[in-house]
Design a protein around this ligand. Sequence first.
Ligand code: PEP
Ligand code: MG
Length: 873
Amino acid sequence: MTKWIYSFEEGSANDKALLGGKGANLAEMSNLGLPVPPGFTITTESCIKFLENPDFFDSSLKDHILKAITLLERKTNKSFNGENSDLLLVSVRSGAKFSMPGMMDTILNLGLNDHRTQILAEQTNPDFAYNCYRRLLQMFADVVYGIPKELFDTLLENFEKNQNKSLKELSIAEHQDLVKQYKEIYHQENKNFPENPIDQLYAAIQAVFKSWNNNRAKIYRDLNHISHDLGTAVNVQAMVFGNSDQNSGTGVCFTRNPASGEAVLFGEFLLNAQGEDVVAGIRTPEPIAALEKAQPQAYKAFKNYASILENHYKDMQDIEFTIEKGKLYILQTRNGKRTAKASLKIALDLVDQGIISKNDALLRVSPASISQLIHPVFEDTALQKASFIAQGLPASPGAATGEIVFTADRAKELHDLGRKVILVRQETSPEDIEGMVVSQAIVTSQGGMTSHAAVVARGMGTCCVAGCGELSIREESKTLSCGSLTLTEGDIISVDGSSGCIYSGEIPTVLVENNQDLQRLLSWADEVAHLKVRANAETVKDLETAMKFGAQGVGLARTEHMFFGQDRILEMRRLILADNEEEIKMALKLLLHFQEEDFYQMFQAVQDKPMIIRLLDPPMHEFLPKDPQEIKLLAEKLHKSPEKLARQIENLQESNPMLGHRGCRLGITQPEIYKMQAEAIFRSAIRLHQEGLKIKPKIMIPLIADKKELDFVKSYLNEHIQCLFNEYEQKPFPYEIGTMIELPRACLTADKLAQEADFFSFGTNDLTQMTFGFSRDDIGKFIGHYKKKGILSSDPFQNIDKDGVGKLMRIAISKARQVKPNLSIGICGEVGGDPSSISFFQDIEVTYVSCSPYRVPAARLAVAQAVLQEGKN
Ligand code: PEP
Ligand code: MG
């Protein structure tokens, strides 16, 4: 027969699914011998049964509840329903498997009625007894009947005003009159307060079961990915009273500081109060340290129990306690919520204390929280008061404040004057790069998580909110509006790249530097990880950052990002718009020079670690100006007619640039560009070889759909490289030519591609775009609707789509490894740095993930967790 109710002695911490977190921990604490008021837990299974069929309550549960309460009467030697004048009052609290703080309901002081309150008043004092009764009447009305609590608050306020005295001064008759008025509210709502404690208990338990499905609980579960069919348990527990007298009180305390992780008790208490008074904020609680003076015995006992609980649960605890007439009771314990900094410190301290293992510590810190340790965040109290403007996509974490500017040039100008700026644009383009570099943050109204702004900002570690469609940005009139608010250049805004929120005005930031602790944890992560973590980086600064964060090489150096410096972009434009061989040669020569120097420095920065250099990928028109004024300026510099130039630029526009003349297609139509790039790579590599650094270049070709494309490009590159070895009298050294896998066709023909490619790297940005047919720059316009309507649970450009894109990847890997079992296969799209996608990548057996430098630490932790979790499963 199914057991629906467990007394606290019967359960344990392992029973969270059946008894809920609170019930399981109450059971565990009771069995540890801690002073827990006795009680019982009605299981989550009962809740599910009741929600399916309410008749279940009468037919199967009532008798068991009756038996359990009789047992509780016996245990406490008090009476809930009978003649014994030692009154048993109980609390009825929800408690689901996963903590859902404040989302479901609680009723305290159950078991009081007019008669029993009189008895209680005689035994204690009228003020205390009627205070308890009023709280019950108010909570019961709210939880069981949905009568607003405020009606009682207003009544009480008016009563006090009319009587012109405080509650403490009321006579018994006045207390009783007040209770009568409370009950009037019930009557006005056509309800009755049941005088029989058992009826109260039945109604309360059913209401708490039902609160599983109230709106706020449902929303909380959606937000926290908690299943809706778990149900809540109900804990019925003998009341102890923190509001009995001045030797009583109640409080909440963490066993360590949840903000810093410091190993000191951190909490607060109120004397002569019940639990909700601490939360309600009507009286200001005192810090826990003051309890030592106020209640030395209780404090000593609490310290002892806090330490027992922390050692037992092997984690920082968040404990609720009550002191009744000097005696301490523990009412709840759970693993405490904490900041990223505290989470890291506590995990390391627990290892040092020998309480947990290094592997446990690795699982204790969430990879998502690591960004808070390497980026600034807004000061919490200031953030709560900040004036919110709009929310876009959290494209690159961090927090920054600055003056709004609408163009990259203005960003540079003001930055040169020592001002802090935030670049706000509809979308950014490669031309904006210099303005982006000097900005504190970047905000765009269009584009998704893999848009230019997002990718570049992440690469630089600059805070960015992308695709904030609520903003209307008019670059010409230098205004930004959102609803009725309009801001102009120079106005101050604050941008939170971790939440995607934008605020007006300045908000102070804090940087929780804790590098030593982080390095220590990540060194343990590297010991257990299977997957390697590389970085996407193309400037020496980014490379150095990546290496500092522990990247094991470079998975993607996008060479187009190297063409955007002022001098370089001119030569790139000269090349694209050349009318004759002469111009082409001149541009290529200068570009070769720039690139050779770039690669030389980059190779030096990565030393013996692998670095994959991808040849040019974007369509040519991305390098060209659109603005007529800029076209005129360019025409002057190139000594061409502006009209002709405008026509040429117009002709280069494409209907679907992402599907157009880009990637290896450029390498096929204009081999001289790829040859120039290969030459720059090999000239610098040969120089370094001659200086003693044995570089093994790895060249990657983008957007391959067919093996013949790869054959064609590879063949002329090999030929050119041989010529360079000959020209520089260099004994040939090993090098590799691999391909990106970013088209569905490449996945399906991966066995053929593997014959020619020395390595693979999944470009999941394009692969996702091409698989879904979602433009990676426009997904922001509809992904919100898709999520709200339950069509997609997350943005597939942020979290890998296992069923579609992932399946193509699986096919590609299996086909490729049939041809080359040891083929190195990486991931260099944005999901490569997504901790929640990483266990999938481990599962499909890729060799490494590659992500922007600032995501490397979180990825290092996530690859270790993937191994540990696999072991657990
Ligand atoms: C990709 O498509 O995933 C990729 C890494 O290349 P890019 O983002 O430069 O197109
Ligand atoms: Mg791509």
